[in-house]
Design a protein around this ligand. Structure first.
Ligand code: ADP
Length: 330
């Protein structure tokens, strides 16, 4: 194994209240239970990189508060280098206030806090100090930070893997700076201004390449994934697993893929590995607790049974997104 992966993105705390129904304006209701979960797509992906035994450095921001300290401790417990997480004095750590109703409906108020305040200068300092071999980024830091990260990589032949989630319009202009773009079907469509319903993953990927993307990976939930690079297009079926909670499957997929690419795996090899990692993440509840390690992933690759390839909805229609697709700002 050579070098380190710099993982750029949000480090959040999810505060989850389970309630019979959500309160109306001005109303107080008594809920059923409360839980605190480590989150942020960036942090989840860093954990996935580390559990696949690659060396990860986290780039992000927290406030000077208990949540920030606790999230840094979580990452450090997974052997992730936290020394480039900026502590921002005038912002809170990223927090998602989530109510989950008996019906299963979620309501989320997301405060990016320190994540939105990470400066392009801090990104440049981190790059120059760490000199990563690979950059894995979500779409959670500012567009200015992304431009610094990706431009630095381009000048040095360092590969950039970008998970364009949560989706925002400014991603399109970054596409030429990205080596591997990872999106789900909803994000693939949004990047093209809302592709018509029923487009196949192949058509979505071709559309993304026509607006500047190079290698494209589209995740398809239980349907597996589709990848296209300069070589052959690749269809990878999902694994048949007992699904408990799909939260964090996409983040696990991205981190696992990056860990293999750091070792020099080809895109098809990395996508096959990531597909097994994503499937395992659905078999346990929560985001970070459900992220599998390398042995478990390799075992599923050897022994697992496959599902039919393609969108689980059939017809490749757009899927409703779960709560790990938090909007950048509310
Ligand atoms: P996101 O949460 O970002 O929309 P997906 O739902 O597409 O991401 O899931 C990412 C990956 O996790 C998929 O490409 C697949 O490999 C795996 N995965 C997700 N859901 C399932 C499932 N129900 N069964 C098997 N694998 C799954």
């Amino acid at each position: 194994m050579s070098g380190r992966v710099l993982v750029a993105g949000a480090i959040n705390t999810d505060l989850v209240a389970t309630v019979h129904r959500a309160p109306e304006a001005g109303e107080t209701i008594t809920g059923r239970s409360f839980a605190i979960h480590s989150g942020g797509k960036g942090a989840n992906q860093a954990v996935a990189v580390a559990r696949s035994r690659a060396s990860a450095v986290m780039l992000g921001g927290v406030g000077r508060d208990d949540f920030g300290s606790a999230r840094k401790a979580d990452l450090a417990a997974d052997q992730i280098d936290t020394s480039w997480i900026a502590t921002i004095d005038y912002a809170s750590s990223g927090v998602a206030l989530i109510t989950v109703e008996s019906s299963g409906e979620n309501r989320i108020a997301y405060i990016p806090g320190a994540t939105a305040k990470v400066s392009p200068d801090h990104c440049a300092d981190t790059l120059n100090a760490i000199e990563p071999s690979l950059i894995l980024s979500t779409n959670e830091l500012s567009p200015e930070c992304h431009r610094v990260l990706f431009t630095w990589a381009r000048g040095r032949d360092v590969r950039v893997i970008f998970n364009a989630a949560p989706y925002s319009d400014d991603v399109v202009e970054l596409l030429p700076l990205i080596d591997v773009l990872i999106v789900n079907e909803g994000e693939a469509s949004a990047l093209q201004g809302g592709a018509p319903d029923g487009m196949s993953p192949q058509e979505l990927a071709a559309g993304l390449r026509s607006i500047g993307a190079t290698d494209v990976v589209i995740t398809l939930g239980a349907g597996g994934s589709f990848a296209v690079s300069d070589d052959e297009p690749l269809t990878v079926p999902g694994y048949r697993v007992d699904v408990v909670d799909t939260t964090g499957a996409g983040d696990t997929f991205c981190g696992a893929l990056a860990s293999r690419m750091l070792e020099g795996a080809t895109l098809p090899e990395a996508v096959r590995y990531a597909n097994a990692a994503g499937a395992l993440a659905t078999t346990r509840s929560g985001a970070q607790p459900s992220i599998p390690g390398r042995e478990e992933i390799e075992k599923l690759m050897e022994q697992g049974k496959k599902l039919p390839w393609g969108s689980p909805q059939g017809g490749h229609g757009l899927r409703r997104k779960g709560r790990d697709s938090n909007p950048r700002e509310v």
